[in-house]
Ligand binder design. Structure first.
Ligand SMILES: Cc1cc2nc3c(=O)[nH]c(=O)nc-3n(C[C@H](O)[C@H](O)[C@H](O)COP(=O)(O)O)c2cc1C
Length: 135
């Protein structure tokens, strides 16, 4: 069973910072070694990140992420489990609003409510659409 978690947080980092690149590199290395996959999107100082994997490993990575003080106001939007991964083969896909805007995607979508589960599915849908084009 693959467990997943999606959260939103605020950060002062911008994608052009060395520290930001370092976080992505470190995240990919640890995720790879723990069989965690996912997607991270930065937009206007707001992070949305989906992580998924086996329960025990997901718990470890979650603790690492949640305790990193370079982001704050962390809100877990949803948790779930499924038989298959959404981001198979991606230790951590990453995009920014320079590539494509999540906020515009949400505004255009039919979902008026910010009820967390529906909102989370909408963000996942954005991430899956982005996937063919990210590095
Ligand atoms: C927005 C954000 C996302 C992160 N995502 C992950 C992740 O997916 N996997 C992970 O292991 N750590 C993640 N981290 C934590 C950092 O990658 C890692 O703990 C940090 O770079 C410490 O590495 P260092 O000891 O080399 O400085 C994240 C941190 C932040 C701020």
């Amino acid at each position: 069973m693959i467990h997943s978690m999606i959260y939103r947080s605020h950060t002062d980092l911008t994608p052009s910072d060395d520290a930001y690149r370092h976080i992505i590199d470190r995240a990919r290395a640890r995720n790879f070694s723990l069989d965690i996959t996912g997607f991270l999107h930065w937009e206007d100082g707001i992070i949305h990140q989906w992580i998924e994997g086996p329960a025990a490993e997901l718990f470890i990575v979650e603790q690492v992420i949640l305790s990193d003080r370079r982001h704050r106001n962390i809100t877990v939007l949803d948790r779930g489990h499924a038989l298959e991964r959404e981001f198979e083969g991606w230790s951590m896909a990453a995009s920014t609003s320079e590539d494509s805007s999540l906020f515009e995607f949400i505004t255009r979508s039919a979902i008026a409510s910010f009820a967390h589960a529906a909102h989370a599915r909408n963000i996942l849908s954005f991430m899956k659409h982005r996937l063919p084009q990210v590095a």
